[in-house]
Design a protein around this ligand. Structure first.
Ligand code: ZN
Length: 341
């Protein structure tokens, strides 16, 4: 059934491309997640006649987000809906099925990355356990390079007038993503190998960890749809104590309660564990016009947060200089953190 629906989407994509080109010179794009919005905006920078309408804002959990009536209307009137896929938008299945019958192009950003086998294909084991792929593929910036080039190609097909611009924007952006990856990689590998553990509330960071040589542990699984139970919390407490983990991280789209419960349980057993110096962005980026409101800034801010938190916990490490010319640039406030705040 899953394979059949994937096939359907591909067929509809092909049909939709021709239908849209015949209609008008405008390109109406609906984006689900903040990551999708950011990428569509970067690729279409300078293009005329392109409208991008985001459905989810900062701090919204896409696993749980229910499309509203007006979302559904907007999607059905659009030329293309850009979404993340791999079941990240868990409440959109029926809507997408209905849209596919209306000649709306439905573009899954994860599809070209999955087709390429992901940059680090270490997820077969996960897939066996979960029966599905981990949806958080964008956290390896090299996966995002694949998406950027592919989405530019899809937009170029839908809107031939701006085709060259989409491709040029994508090529320039891929260079930025490579610079970002190299910077984050040298920072994350500055932490000694046996101390590279990222413990979070839900399992969003497997690709992020794999990209930079870190291991992950989370209280909840890859979706937030099932609530964390007492057993999940106890398991995490044991993991933190047994591996001598110094820091736990709260995510921007998830209540800090479960992480707090782990901190308290570790403390009750005589242990000590800190909470990260700020929240991590997991399934949504920051507010527009902030550093973390862009993909580059979001990956970078998370990397600063992890490294600063480990430094505050006493791990000796050096955070590499921000690459010259890479935008947006981190603020002084982000760079200078107070460990005791
Ligand atoms: Zn998630």
């Amino acid at each position: 059934m899953k394979q059949l629906s994937t096939l359907l989407v591909i067929v509809i994509t092909a049909i939709g491309a021709f239908a849209v080109m015949a209609q008008d010179d405008e390109l109406t794009v609906i984006t689900t997640t903040t990551q999708a919005t950011d990428l569509a905006m970067i690729l279409s920078e300078g293009a005329e006649g392109v409208t991008i309408t985001p459905l989810m804002g900062a701090g919204v959990d896409p696993h749980l987000y229910q499309p509203t009536e007006s979302d559904i209307t907007a999607m059905s009137e659009a030329d293309v809906v850009v979404y993340s896929g791999l079941n990240l938008e868990g409440q959109f299945d029926t809507v997408f099925e209905a849209l596919a019958e209306q000649d709306v192009v439905i573009y899954a950003m994860s599809q070209p990355v999955k087709d390429a086998g992901f940059i680090i294909g270490a997820f077969e084991l996960e897939e066996e356990v979960l029966g599905t792929d981990d949806p958080h593929f964008w956290f390896d910036p090299r996966n995002w390079e694949i998406t950027a080039m592919d989405l530019a190609g899809a937009m170029a097909e839908l809107d031939a007038n701006n085709a060259d611009l989409y491709m040029a924007n994508a090529e320039a952006y891929v260079e930025d993503l490579r610079t970002l990856y190299d910077w984050a990689d040298s920072g994350m590998r500055a932490v000694p190998g046996n101390q590279r553990y990222l413990v979070t509330s839900h399992d969003a960071f497997q690709y992020y960890g794999a990209a930079f040589g870190w291991r992950m542990a989370a209280i909840q699984g890859v979706s937030t749809e099932d609530e964390a139970g007492v057993g999940d919390i106890q398991e995490t407490v044991d993991f933190v104590i047994n591996n001598d983990i110094p820091v736990l991280f709260v995510e921007s789209t998830i209540s800090p309660d479960t992480i707090q419960a782990v901190v308290e349980a570790v403390a009750a057993g005589g242990g000590e564990v800190r909470v990260g110096v700020r929240e991590l962005y997991s399934d949504a980026m920051g507010e527009p016009d902030t550093f973390g409101g862009t993909f580059v800034g979001m990956i970078a801010e998370n990397t600063y947060t992890v490294l600063q938190s480990y430094a505050c916990a006493g791990v000796e490490l050096e955070i590499p200089e921000w690459p010259e010319g890479l935008t947006p640039e981190p603020s002084e406030e982000l760079l200078n953190v107070d460990c005791d705040a």
